[in-house]
Each structure stands twice: as structure tokens, then as C-alpha cells.
Design a protein around this ligand. Structure first.
Ligand SMILES: C[S@@+](CC[C@H](N)C(=O)[O-])C[C@H]1O[C@@H](n2cnc3c(N)ncnc32)[C@H](O)[C@@H]1O
Length: 253
């Protein structure tokens, strides 16, 4: 099922503080607490998780250090916790205290209640020690309210040699424009709206808080210039936003 643009914007505009408040709202489901309407996430968690694991082969090794920045509290971090238990990994989790409170306290899980990278203890203790870093559906929030470069550099600082990092589920307004300018995109829009109207596509417009190709390319370039390999990956077909989101994979050689 697809989302209306209004729902999309509501999701895109949530701040860390909004999400902290929502984490405590008992009227919301776990998916809604992390800002996803049920229609977006319900029944998709395993597919999302399998996509993450497919891009991060080191998760299949044993006794590694895994860091999830912004795990939230949906089914996805629970699947990650189970994988880490199975593979005897240490799992580090950074999110608001309110979000982390929904995840179990286990001996192989270390929680860091903080807005990354404002967590000195983690950066000090795990510099160059993290084998796998995941941050899924988080970057657009940091782009709108934080400092993407500080977030990126702080993450790269933690990666061990051979370490890999997935910046997943990044909405890209340029990709969205390309899709809705295509025959397939126009058909998608017309089926969704049950009209014969054309999707609204605007070029040369200021798009505050929206990640576009320039930001994606700059993230790749900055990582590469600092000694890391970096790639853009398409999302798996079947994911709700695969026509307008993509993933970034970074590896420390
Ligand atoms: C949209 S949710 C995604 C949750 C989870 N990764 C998933 O895909 O199911 C974004 C999560 O990232 C957290 N978050 C956002 N910016 C963060 C930051 N700079 N440091 C730590 N957590 C952050 C939010 O509190 C929220 O739990």
C-alpha cells in the first residue's frame, strides 16, 4: 500500500523530540511511535530486516561489535537483537531514553541514551571498534534538524578496519522527481489518486529539509575523501518507498 504525500511529509518532518514524546504515547503502536503509519510498516518488518542483513554480510560472522543508531522500537530492532544473540555479537544502541526503554535489557546489549554523536562515552570507548553500523530511516531527520557532517564523521570514526555501515532508507527528492516524471510514475500516481491528473513535479524550487542528489553525492564524496569506500544502493522492490528512497553503503578498507 502507498502513502499520500501528506502522510509522507508528516513522517519526514518528525524531530528527535517529537519521536521522544511519541515513544511515551501508549495510544500509539510500536510502528507509529517511530513515526510510521501502520500502512507503511505493518508486515514489512522482516523484508526490511532481510534487506539490511543482505547489505551487511559481516552480521553473519560471530562475536562482532554492532551499532544501531536510532533503532526506535518497532519489530526491526527486535529482529536485530535476535540476530545478535544468535551470532554472539555485542549490540550497541543509541536513541532517546524513551525509545530505548521499549527494548529489552540484555547482557549483550549496551544502551546509550543520546542524540548521536553527542555521546562521548560511546565515541571514546568504541573508536575504530565497530564492525557493523546501521542507521535506518534516520538520516533525513538529522539533515533537517542536526548536522549531517558531524553525524557522518562521528560514525566513520567508530568503524573498525573492514567495518561496514548502512545508512538506510534515505528519502531523495531528486529520485522522487525522476520517478514521477516517468511513465511508470505517472501511472502509479493515477492509480493511487484514482484520477487522470499528472503528478506535481517542480524543478528549481527551494526544498528546505529535503535530501536531494547533491546531499547523497556529498556524503559519498566526504566518506571517500576520508579513506572509506562508499556506494549508493537501490532499495529492494516491494518496499513502500523504493521508488523515492535509497541506501548508502560505506566500508572501511
Ligand atoms: C524513523 S525512526 C526509525 C527507527 C528504526 N531505525 C526503524 O527503521 O524501524 C528514527 C529513530 O531514530 C532516532 N534518532 C533520530 N536521530 C537520532 C540521532 N541523531 N541519534 C540517535 N537516535 C536518533 C529517533 O529517536 C527514532 O527512534
Amino acid at each position: 500500500m502507498s502513502l499520500t504525500d501528506d502522510q509522507y511529509r508528516r513522517f519526514a518532518d518528525l524531530t528527535f523530540e517529537d519521536l521522544r514524546r511519541m515513544a511515551q504515547d501508549e495510544s500509539l503502536s510500536p510502528n507509529e511511535k517511530v513515526g510510521f503509519p501502520e500502512s507503511y510498516r505493518a508486515g514489512k518488518e522482516k523484508q526490511i530486516f532481510d534487506g539490511i542483513v543482505a547489505n551487511l554480510p559481516r552480521l553473519n560472522e560471530t562475536r562482532r561489535v554492532v551499532l544501531d543508531i536510532g533503532p526506535g522500537c518497532s519489530q526491526v530492532p527486535h529482529l536485530m537483537i535476535e540476530l545478535c544473540r544468535r551470532q554472539a555479537h555485542t549490540l550497541l544502541l543509541v536513541d532517546s531514553q524513551e525509545m530505548l526503554a521499549h527494548l529489552p535489557d540484555l547482557d549483550f546489549v549496551k544502551k546509550f541514551p543520546a542524540y548521536f554523536p553527542q555521546c562521548e562515552e560511546l565515541i571514546r570507548d568504541y573508536s575504530s571498534k565497530v564492525d557493523v553500523l546501521i542507521t535506518y530511516s534516520v538520516l533525513h531527520g538529522v539533515f533537517a534538524e542536526g548536522n549531517v557532517w558531524d553525524f557522518l564523521d562521528g560514525s566513520l570514526e567508530l568503524l573498525a578496519e573492514g567495518g561496514e555501515m548502512l545508512i538506510g532508507d534515505v528519502p531523495n527528492v531528486s529520485k522522487r522527481r525522476r520517478f514521477f516524471s516517468s511513465t511508470r510514475g505517472i501511472k502509479f500516481h493515477q492509480q493511487f489518486t484514482r484520477t487522470d491528473t499528472l503528478p506535481e513535479i517542480a524543478f528549481n524550487r527551494l526544498e528546505r529539509h529535503q535530501i536531494d542528489d547533491s546531499v547523497i553525492m556529498a556524503v559519498l564524496t566526504r566518506a571517500r575523501n576520508q579513506g572509506f569506500d562508499a556506494y549508493v544502493l537501490p532499495q529492494r522492490p516491494g518496499l513502500p518507498f523504493e521508488n523515492r528512497r535509497e541506501d548508502i553503503l560505506i566500508r572501511r578498507p
